[in-house]
Design a protein around this ligand. Structure first.
Ligand SMILES: [Mg+2]
Length: 390
C-alpha cells in the first residue's frame, strides 16, 4: 500500500458518521398448518400451539443502510414484546448503529424496571439482531463472515417432523423425507405421561432408520429427576446424540446429577432468557451441549458472550429454533455445532437456506440474508415506527 492509500484507509469513513434515523416494528402472526403438541401439552401444562407471534424490527440510517431482525414468542407474549419494543425504540434514534454493545445496554436500561431477562430482553433482541444485520450488510459480508466463520456449513437435524401430535407412522415418513432432502439427523419428542409410549416411538424410529443416522430426543422438561434417570438408562444403548431438556429448565443440580450418571450427553438451555441463567447452568456442570436461543437471550450480542463462555468450558453448541439466525452464529462457533431445522418460518422469507449432505449452507447474501415475503406482509397484525425514514 502506498503512503497516500494508507493515509486514505486511516480516514474515518462515512459509516462512522451515519446515524439511526428510523425504526419500524412489525408484529406478525404466523399460523401453523397443524396444531403442535409436545410433552407440555400431554402433561396438561399447555394447549396445542396453533401460531407463532413474531416481532420484526427494521433499523434504517440517515445514509439509507438498513437491517432486519426478529424475535418471537409461542402461545403468549407476542403483544407484550411488541408493546415493550415500541416503548423503548426511540432511544436508538440519532445513535451510531455500529455501537451495538452500547445500544444493547441503552435499550436494557430503558426497560430496566421490568428486568434483565424474560420478555423485556426478548423484545430488545429484535433491535440487536437488526443492528448486526445492518453492520454485516454494510460490510457486504454474510453475518457468519463478519463474526469470523469456522466453516461454510453446519450440521442440521430436523425437529418439526417428530412432535407428539404426529402418529408414529407419519413420524417415520417425516424422518425418511428429512434425510432424503439432505438433513443430517432426527429429533423425536418424548416426555409423555406413559413412558412406554416414549420407548415404543423412539425404538420404532431407531429401527426404521439406518443405524448411523444421528438421533436425539427432547422431553421438554416433563420428567422428574427419578424418571429422567430411568429413561436415560433405557435409552443409553441407542447411542443418542443427546437427551434434551430432561428436567425443569432451571433445575441445575438435577441436570448436573443426570449428566454425571449418563454417558448420553445432556442438552438444555432453550428456555433460559439471559446469559446469567446459562452461566449458572454451565457452572453447575448441568449441560454437555448448550442450547441458547438468540432471540430469547436478548439477541446476538448476548449470544456471543455466552458462546465465548461455553467455548472456554469446551461445551458443544446446538442453538434452539430460528435457524435463519442461528446458522450464522453456529458457523462462527469453534466446535462443530448442530443447528435445528424447523420449516415453520419458511413462508415469512423470500430466501431459503440451502440444505444438502446433512448440512445447512451459509449463503453469500450479506447480513442474515433474509427479506420478508409478501405473505409476511399479509400476516402483519400491527406496525409502529419512530423517527423519519430517509
Ligand atoms: Mg427443545
Amino acid at each position: 500500500m502506498t503512503d497516500s492509500r494508507a493515509h486514505l484507509a486511516a480516514q474515518p469513513g462515512a459509516a462512522t458518521l451515519d446515524r439511526i434515523a428510523h425504526v419500524q416494528l412489525r408484529s406478525i402472526t404466523l399460523p401453523l398448518a397443524t396444531a403442535i403438541s409436545d410433552a407440555k401439552v400431554l402433561t396438561g401444562r399447555q394447549r396445542p400451539m396453533t401460531e407463532v407471534a413474531l416481532l420484526f424490527a427494521e433499523v434504517t440510517t440517515d445514509g439509507g443502510h438498513s437491517g432486519l431482525g426478529f424475535t418471537y414468542s409461542k402461545r403468549a407474549g407476542g403483544p407484550g414484546q411488541f408493546a415493550h419494543a415500541r416503548e423503548v425504540a426511540d432511544v436508538l434514534l440519532g445513535e451510531d448503529p455500529s455501537d451495538i454493545g452500547k445500544l444493547w445496554t441503552k435499550l436494557c436500561w430503558a426497560g430496566a424496571s421490568v428486568g434483565r431477562s424474560g420478555l423485556a430482553t426478548q423484545a430488545i433482541a429484535a433491535f440487536d439482531i437488526a443492528l448486526w444485520d445492518l453492520k454485516a450488510k454494510r460490510a457486504s459480508l454474510p453475518l457468519a463472515k463478519l463474526l469470523g466463520s469456522h466453516r461454510d456449513s453446519v450440521r442440521t437435524y430436523n425437529t418439526s417432523g417428530g412432535f407428539l401430535h404426529t402418529p408414529i407412522g407419519e413420524v417415520k415418513d417425516n424422518a425418511a423425507a428429512a434425510l432424503e432432502r439432505g438433513i443430517g439427523g432426527i429429533k423425536l419428542k418424548v416426555g409423555q405421561p406413559d413412558w412406554r409410549a416414549d420407548v415404543a416411538r423412539v425404538s420404532a424410529v431407531r429401527e426404521h432408520l439406518d443405524p448411523d443416522v444421528p438421533l436425539m430426543i427432547d422431553a421438554n422438561q416433563q420428567w422428574d429427576r427419578s424418571t429422567a434417570i430411568r429413561m436415560g438408562r433405557i435409552f443409553e444403548e441407542l447411542g443418542l446424540v443427546w437427551i434434551e431438556e430432561p428436567l425443569d429448565a432451571y433445575d441445575a443440580e438435577g441436570h448436573a446429577a443426570l449428566a454425571r450418571a449418563l454417558d448420553t450427553p445432556i442438552a438444555t438451555g432453550e428456555m433460559l432468557s439471559s446469559v446469567a441463567e446459562h452461566v449458572r447452568m454451565i457452572d453447575a456442570g448441568a449441560v454437555d451441549i448448550v442450547q441458547p436461543d438468540a432471540p430469547r437471550v436478548g439477541g446476538i450480542t448476548q449470544f456471543l458472550k455466552l458462546a465465548a463462555y461455553a467455548e472456554t468450558r469446551h461445551l458443544d453448541l446446538a442453538p434452539h429454533f430460528a435457524m435463519e439466525i442461528h446458522c450464522h452464529l453456529a458457523a462462527a462457533y469453534p466446535l462443530e455445532p448442530w443447528v435445528e431445522h424447523f420449516d415453520w418460518l419458511d413462508p415469512l422469507f423470500q430466501e431459503h437456506l440451502e440444505i444438502r449432505g446433512g448440512r445447512m449452507w451459509i449463503s453469500d447474501r450479506p447480513g442474515l440474508g433474509i427479506t420478508l415475503s409478501e405473505q409476511a406482509h399479509a400476516w402483519t397484525v400491527a406496525t409502529a415506527e419512530v423517527g423519519t425514514r430517509p
